[in-house]
Design a protein around this ligand. Structure first.
Ligand SMILES: C[S@@+](CC[C@H](N)C(=O)[O-])C[C@H]1O[C@@H](n2cnc3c(N)ncnc32)[C@H](O)[C@@H]1O
Length: 285
């Protein structure tokens, strides 16, 4: 039998610019789990150190313990601290099969069900590429003409990414991820100071309401949703939080409502609330 090699732990640099003790790291683990549901294992310590260093440098501090005081006393600093520790990676039309399913299956299902008002929730929308992709898909499939009312609610915990999302302006590198058929009808090219950038068309932007929302806290919605997309968010949560969240999504969906989750996420085996249609698409039972 070969020798079992222990997986190498990421090594913290010897000459650390700032002090981050074991106690500090435990506090960060506790704080992020309590306030955001995000769990950082010990293996994430180097990543956490790197992200927090930027905040300490900005404030001219030497130790995390000093920063902790700022977080505890100042709610704006607390938001910045949480923002710097969230992972916001996203792109237009990520996991394209969800958009195909919306255009080719869901819209005709809604028509057959004589559903006139469509509500969609992009939960954990990051910088907005996901809800704008939904808006583009809906436009492409003529959903705004087919139904009396179509609304997309887009939420995130991170206040900074929401600012970008609300602007709806992206660098031209983002274009690479957008299938050509959506480009002209849904986006405009920037001119002057915005040269080289793209912006979602006004009409589509107006279909989306962005708001800050912590998925762990109470949700303000008075209506149920036809579609909830919570993709690549739960992966940062522990199993218990994931299960609780999926149960709450179930409650927040209309009968036959659909839930999209991310490619590396899964439905807890013991939950018997959804039919699985494959490809991380679930229908409420
Ligand atoms: C990796 S991004 C995924 C973006 C998009 N859904 C996608 O799949 O491309 C995860 C997002 O979840 C947000 N998030 C993390 N914890 C959250 C929480 N407790 N409540 C709401 N949003 C949260 C982060 O701020 C981040 O923008």
């Amino acid at each position: 039998m070969g020798r079992v090699l222990a997986q190498a732990e990421p090594v913290m640099p010897d000459n650390q610019e700032f002090e981050l003790t074991d106690k500090d790291f435990k506090f960060i683990q506790w704080f992020m789990h309590k306030h955001a549901g995000i769990y950082f294992s010990d293996r994430k310590r180097t990543m956490v150190y790197g992200r927090i260093s930027r905040q300490l440098r900005r404030l001219g501090l030497q130790r995390f313990s000093e920063y902790r005081q700022c977080i505890e006393q100042d709610s704006h600093e607390q938001a910045r601290f949480i923002n710097c520790l969230t992972t916001n990676k996203t792109q237009f039309f990520r996991e394209y099969h969800h958009f195909e399913f919306l255009e080719k299956v869901l819209i005709s299902e809604w028509q057959q069900q004589k559903n006139r008002r469509i509500n969609i929730w992009s939960a954990g929308c990051s910088t907005g590429e996901e809800p704008y992709s939904f808006a583009s898909s809906l436009h492409h499939a003529h959903a705004f003409e087919l139904f009396d009312y179509v609304n997309i609610t887009a939420t995130d915990l991170d206040t900074k990414v929401l600012e970008t999302a609300k602007q709806g302006i992206y660098s031209d590198e983002a274009i690479d991820a957008i299938p050509v058929k959506y480009l002209k009808p849904c986006f405009v090219k920037g001119v002057g100071a915005q040269q080289g950038k793209i912006k979602i068309r006004h009409g589509l932007q107006n279909q989306i309401q962005f708001q800050q929302l912590n998925l762990l806290q109470a949700w303000p919605f008075e209506h149920e949703f036809d579609l909830i997309s919570c993709r690549n968010v739960m992966i940062y949560f522990d199993k218990k939080t994931q299960t609780e969240l999926i149960e709450r999504f179930y409650q927040q969906l209309k009968p036959n409502g659909v839930l999209f989750i991310g490619h590396s996420e899964s439905m807890p085996g013991h939950l018997n609330l959804f039919h699985h249609l494959g490809h991380t698409i679930y229908v409420k039972k």
